[in-house]
Every structure is written in structure tokens, then in C-alpha cells.
Design a protein around this ligand. Structure first.
Ligand code: SF4
Ligand code: MG
Length: 307
């Protein structure tokens, strides 16, 4: 497989320079590294600029209601736990309309790979305030500045005991592709929140703005041998307390001016190995619904069990 094998005949309609292009490229690169073919996995999309990807990425896809890709994907996992399921969502879709589903899916720990196009704005509807928009930002829906404190999806996912929590940057395709591969290979609920410049409606969080601030957590990690020899500790994503502190480096806690923040960590912030929801479901002991030979008699029997 090569990236072009995952292209449909449609031309992307994203604005030239949009971070969505880098995320599309990263996902294709990750699918190839994972050995996935267009007929061997499913991507469930939300509504937003990110959701246009269903038209450009050649793989099984489903796009439904705004904010609801996670419950759809969870349902697919319960019916067919052998299917590799990705969810592509946006900050508005996932942390606004879909916030309850985000918390529920992370707590349940469904085996899903969630990739969020976090551009801190509602792009498709032309630039309104989103859940991740910085306090004080003036948009067409908050002309006097945002009053609410922004959502910190990384801290939230860690506190919901998600199994794998990472942040990537749409302007670093090889690094983001590697994070998606790691997320997909890690069992359980995996979040890759991605810094995605919206070049049309956000003139602050540009590619240079991010490049000046981001650093890679793996650069702060030390091999175990070096740690033992020097006594210095690197970043350890399996350390819950360290991960929570790291999650609050950006966005900063209330009271700190975001303009003064010059460090944004990307990479794997947290990982653990909680059992997945699916693996604990006794109803799947006799095999998933997708594996049954659905004769009329069997369907009638199944319906009887719900009476
Ligand atoms: Fe990308 Fe923003 Fe244009 Fe949407 S509006 S395609 S997020 S640049
Ligand atoms: Mg958005």
C-alpha cells in the first residue's frame, strides 16, 4: 500500500494550508504502517471540517449526527469486536456536542482510536467559539471575548482513566503518524488530540506559533539505563501524577495568561493497561453478533431474550 491507495477520486475541499491536510496524510501513513487496507477497518466521523475526510479517505466510513461518532463506534465494537475502529472528530464535535460521550467512552475504555482535529474554533460554521477556545478570545459568537474557561481534553481523558492519551501536531506528519500507530496498537480507549491550525478563522494559533512552543516529550524521556546511571528522571507516561501535571502545561490553568505560555508538550502523555469494556462483557462470551449466522430462527430467539 502507498498513501495514494487511500485516496478517493474526490479532491479535498479544505482551505489551502488547513491542518486537516497534515492529519489526513498522517492517518494514511499510519494505516500503511499498521498494515490496514481500505476494506479492513472502519473510520467513524463527526460533523465539522474534519468530517469532510469521509469523502477523501478510501476506507469504510460512517458519518452520522453532530457530536455522536463515539457512541456509534462503541456500538460497532460491541457488535464486531474484531473490527479495527477509528474515530475522527473535531474539538466542537467531541468536546462540545459530544462531551458526555467523550467522558463515557473514556471511562468505559472501549478499544477505539480517537483522533481529534483540535483547531480551537468551529471552522465549518465560519469561526465561532469552541470548547477549547482560549479565554478572552473574540470571535463572531463572542465579540466581547470568551468568558468560559477552555476544556483541557488531555487532563480530562487522563482523569477519566483513558488507556492512552497523546497530543500531536498537524504540522509534523511523521510524528503524528507514529502517535496514531501507537494509539491504535494500545488496547483500550486511545485519544490523540491534535493541534490543527485553522488558517482561515484563527490568526493566532498558526504553524509558526505552534512551532515556537511545542516540544516532544520523548526528548525529555531518558532510557532506563541512563536514568539508573545518572539518577536523573525522564518523563514517564505511566506515572499518573506526572501526567496530570504535564497535562496542565497547556492549556494553562485559570489565572495564567495564555500569551505567556511558551511550552506545549506533544507526544504520549499517559498510558496504562486497564481492561477494555468489550473484554468484560459476558454477552460476548459466545461470540459477537457480527459472527453469527443470522437465520430467522436465530433472530426470533434473540428477540425473545429481550422480552
Ligand atoms: Fe480548515 Fe479552518 Fe478552512 Fe475548516 S475553515 S477547512 S478548519 S482552515
Ligand atoms: Mg474545531
Amino acid at each position: 500500500m502507498n498513501p495514494a491507495d487511500f485516496n478517493t477520486t474526490n479532491t479535498p475541499t479544505w482551505c489551502p494550508g488547513c491542518g486537516d491536510f497534515g492529519m489526513w496524510a498522517s492517518l494514511k501513513e499510519a494505516l500503511i504502517k499498521l498494515g490496514i487496507t481500505p476494506d479492513s477497518a472502519l473510520v467513524v466521523y463527526g460533523i465539522g471540517c474534519h468530517g469532510h475526510m469521509i469523502n477523501f479517505l478510501k476506507i469504510y466510513g460512517f458519518q452520522g449526527l453532530h457530536g455522536r461518532p463515539l457512541p456509534v463506534a462503541a456500538g460497532v465494537r460491541l457488535v464486531n469486536p474484531d473490527l479495527n475502529v477509528f474515530v475522527v472528530s473535531g474539538d466542537g464535535d467531541c468536546y462540545g456536542e459530544g462531551m458526555g460521550h467523550f467522558i463515557a467512552a473514556a471511562r468505559a475504555n472501549y478499544n477505539l482510536t480517537l483522533i481529534v482535529h483540535n483547531n480551537q474554533v468551529y471552522g465549518l460554521t465560519t469561526g465561532q467559539t469552541a470548547p477549547t477556545t482560549d479565554q478572552g478570545t473574540k470571535t463572531k459568537s463572542t465579540p466581547l471575548g470568551v468568558i468560559d474557561f477552555p476544556v483541557n481534553p488531555i487532563a480530562l481523558a487522563i482523569n477519566c482513566e483513558a488507556n492512552f492519551v497523546a497530543r500531536g501536531f498537524a504540522g509534523d506528519i511523521p510524528h503524528l503518524a507514529d502517535l496514531i500507530v501507537q494509539a491504535n496498537q494500545h488496547p483500550g480507549f486511545s485519544l490523540v488530540d491534535v493541534l490543527q491550525p485553522c488558517v482561515t478563522y484563527d490568526k493566532v494559533h498558526t504553524y509558526p506559533w505552534y512551532r515556537e512552543r511545542i516540544y516532544k516529550l520523548e526528548d525529555k524521556s531518558l532510557p532506563a539505563l541512563t536514568s539508573r546511571m545518572t539518577g536523573r528522571q525522564g518523563y514517564d507516561p505511566t506515572n499518573f501524577e506526572q501526567a496530570i501535571l504535564k497535562a496542565w502545561e497547556w492549556p494553562p490553568k485559570a489565572g495564567i495568561d495564555t500569551a505567556t505560555v511558551d511550552q506545549i508538550p506533544i507526544g504520549v502523555l499517559f498510558k496504562q493497561n486497564r481492561p477494555t469494556f468489550e473484554s468484560q462483557l459476558p454477552q460476548l462470551d459466545n461470540g459477537p453478533l457480527a459472527g453469527l449466522n443470522l437465520t430467522k430462527t436465530l433472530i426470533d430467539d434473540l428477540i425473545e431474550t429481550f422480552k
